[in-house]
Write a protein that binds this ligand. Sequence first.
Ligand code: FMN
Length: 243
Amino acid sequence: MNPTIELLKSHRSIRKFTDQKIPHELLIELIRAGQAAATSNHVQAYTVIHVKNPANREKIAELAGGQSYVATASDFLVFCADMKRPTEAAERSGANVVRGMTEQLVVASVDAALMAQNVVVAAESEGLGICYIGGIRNNPQAISDLLHLPEHVYPVFGLCLGYPAVDPDVKPRLPVEAILKEDYYVDDSELVAAFDDAMQSYYGERRGGNKDSNWSKNLSPLFSSKLRAHMREFLTKRGFEMK
Ligand SMILES: Cc1cc2nc3c(=O)[nH]c(=O)nc-3n(C[C@H](O)[C@H](O)[C@H](O)COP(=O)(O)O)c2cc1C
């Protein structure tokens, strides 16, 4: 049994935490583990805001759609895609910098996500629980104002960290045959139908919150409206124009 793989496969999001605080040195060590992630061209296009001010934590919980664990977790981090630092560094070294390319948005978002996931795995290896908070993109401008984010920096998601007060089941994933294809893309709707049955059973039987649903039904509200339609304008305003 490879303990790293076992750890990865035992992940579940935690939304209820004990009052125990994460030691500061451990938090810094988690961030260092995050920084060790691969980064496109070594650009390190991210900044993490450790939100310590309790009033701001409350405000963000509300702005993220009433997600109280943002305020109650031991720590809350906002992972930002940051093209300010690398483009300014290149400029100082004499480059005639072009900003706002779509590729820069992709690079910085991917960099921030890879770094965050390293933090997550490191945290879980220390017995901590985590929950990503994409809900901060419900109100990205208000979040940016609250955190004093400059141009060319945008908040990708938040992350709650703390000691778990609950022990939820691991949520099933699609069968590997659906997401891993050999040589060519092939249709996998039959595998999805089987997965829907598995998820229906999971939701019916899981501890701490049964519901009558499946994977496809759960996705329906996500794709039946223009989700976070403000994102394009918001990103353009922040200097990620998508050219
Ligand atoms: C980028 C991202 C954003 C997320 N945003 C939220 C969120 O705002 N609130 C929440 O409760 N969970 C959020 N989640 C957690 C997902 O709902 C969760 O990972 C998914 O349902 C799978 O469950 P598991 O993490 O327990 O395996 C987010 C996850 C990711 C990766």
